[in-house]
Design a protein around this ligand. Sequence first.
Ligand code: AVI
Length: 330
Amino acid sequence: MKTGRLTLIGDAPTDTRSEFAADLEEGLLAAPKRISCRWFYDERGSRIFEEICELDEYYPTRAEAEILRARSPRIVELVGNDVICVELGSGHAIKTRLLIDAFFETAANLLYLSVDISPSAIQAGARGLLEAHEGLSVIGIVGEYRRGFEWMASNAEEKKLVLWLGSSIGNLDRSGGAAFLREIRRHMTRDDHLLMGIDLRKDKRTLEAAYDDSAGVTARFNLNVLARINAEFGGNFELDAFAHEALYEDEAGRVVINLVSLRDQRVRIADLDLDLALSEGERIHTEDSYKYSATEIDELAARSGFERVEHWTDEREQFALELFRPSVRA
Ligand code: AVI
């Protein structure tokens, strides 16, 4: 691996530990109890998420890849081949490869900035990309999205294509999603573009199968957050005393994901000096995954200061890829 073209910039893990602790203290003492899905992604959680992306039932990854495969040349034509690609939450950058390959059809050089909380995912993704393209340089930023925004702010004069793939917006509620897009918008100039994947509303059966797969991978992903609390904060959650649950609420357009206590039980989290009582059937809410209609995507863009350049769906119309640019009025 040509490490010369990969620069890895680290984050301070202590920042996130204290945020995790504060979040647990607040969420586990609330009614109903909750743990933010932000904490799913330790090294093990990130690995299980990669497994989810390979599942037959979890269509979003394949649908988004299908669109990227078909449309990347058009995307490069629209944004130009002289941009810096900044990817928020890149993971192993498997789908990004489709776009980067298209850039190299006409460009000799490209800078790709990969922001992710998993250093091993950044390194694994960069390795494949660097081997494929001599002219590629990768900056890996290990940390939360805000680290990527800081980089964007200090490189405002560069023309950028911001990538926010995988329908990550779905894990924010609708106003949180619009607020986050406004935050991205704040760090962009009029010449920049945003390429965003959004999962579309669809039937309950498909959605519940995608979030409660038959091999139990998503259940493992959900339960892993309890294992993480045990390991990092001296908790004594018994993982087999909880069940994974994923229910689609059609009106709200979201899959609601919980951990359900299978019996009356007590849990102690020693490092936080937190004692919890859970009754049988009590839920800990861990994640929502919002789905969007075409109208909701239009509203989202308008609320957050973007206008659509073009958009595409996969053949089965399960998933949308949106190319936005900052609107003149914003
Ligand atoms: C990362 N995010 C967009 C995934 C989703 O589809 O909401 C997380 C996930 N949770 C369970 N399965 C996948």
